[in-house]
Design a protein around this ligand. Structure first.
Ligand code: IPE
Ligand code: IPE
Ligand code: MG
Length: 226
């Protein structure tokens, strides 16, 4: 599977999944986080190099404080349960997004997971947390100015983005049924294949994931050529 290195996922539909079951949205987020483990292990099996998961957007601060608080607690709950296993399986945890604006406790949990797994080489599990593509491009531009850059090229800008060093995104999957990008990886998705799945994230299992990969494999990528 040499031509499928990087899969980005918009894990959407947790709230609707919970609502249909008459449960609090938090329950949807909890089951959604359990599903991250399933999909990470499936990606590992498929020899994918990187999966980048949209966990919290720069726009998600508009949600009720109670829900934000829970979403900020979720990394601790997730890594408490799964960090050991992910580490043993050779998975490297990474983050993108502006972590300076998330609660200290959440930032520490993320840093700890990144630090503990930094030498792993099997799969990069990249969490987009307080991530927004426009914010990322603005931060990158500001850093270029701070560094005194006078000539901007595509590869230079790419190297200033949070995703620096990662391969281009080959495939974007969005669950939950909506067909939009919601400020996710706008630069990095320039030539990605897009797959929208009409299934809420907690229900999106390895089988559905493999179906998306099969769909990707059946497409012809032309990159503007013939
Ligand atoms: C995605 O599920 C998870 C986050 C945005 C954190 P949602 O919470 O957006 O679920 P829906 O879209 O309301 O169903
Ligand atoms: C995108 O989902 C963000 C994450 C999955 C973290 P949203 O539910 O926030 O997106 P919109 O509001 O439907 O565009
Ligand atoms: Mg949503």
């Amino acid at each position: 599977m040499s031509d499928l290195k990087h899969i980005a996922i918009i894990m959407d539909g947790n709230g609707r999944w919970a609502k249909k079951r008459d449960k609090d949205r938090k329950v949807g987020h909890y089951f959604g986080s359990e599903n991250v483990r399933e999909i990470a292990l499936a990606a590992l099996d498929m020899d994918v190099e990187v999966i980048t998961l949209y966990a919290f957007s720069t726009e998600n601060w508009k949600r009720p404080q109670k829900e934000i608080d829970y979403l900020m607690k979720l990394p601790a709950i997730f890594f408490e349960r799964f960090l050991k296993e992910l580490n043993e399986k050779g998975i490297r945890v990474c983050t993108i997004g502006d972590l300076s604006k998330i609660p200290d406790r959440t930032r520490k949990v993320m840093h700890n997971a990144v630090e503990k797994t930094k030498h792993n080489t099997k799969l990069t599990l990249n969490f987009a947390l307080n991530y927004g593509s426009r914010d990322e491009i603005v931060r990158a531009t500001q850093r270029m100015i701070d560094d005194g850059v006078t000539e901007v090229t595509e590869s230079l800008l790419t190297s200033y983005l949070d995703t620096a060093g990662l391969p281009d995104v080959d495939l974007l999957i969005r669950t939950g049924g909506d067909q939009r990008l919601s400020n996710y990886l706008l630069w990095q998705l320039a030539y990605s294949e897009l797959v929208f799945v009409d299934m809420e994230w907690p229900l999106f299992g390895p089988e559905a994931f493999i179906k998306c990969i099969d769909d990707y494999q059946s497409r012809q990528r032309r990159f503007g050529g013939l």
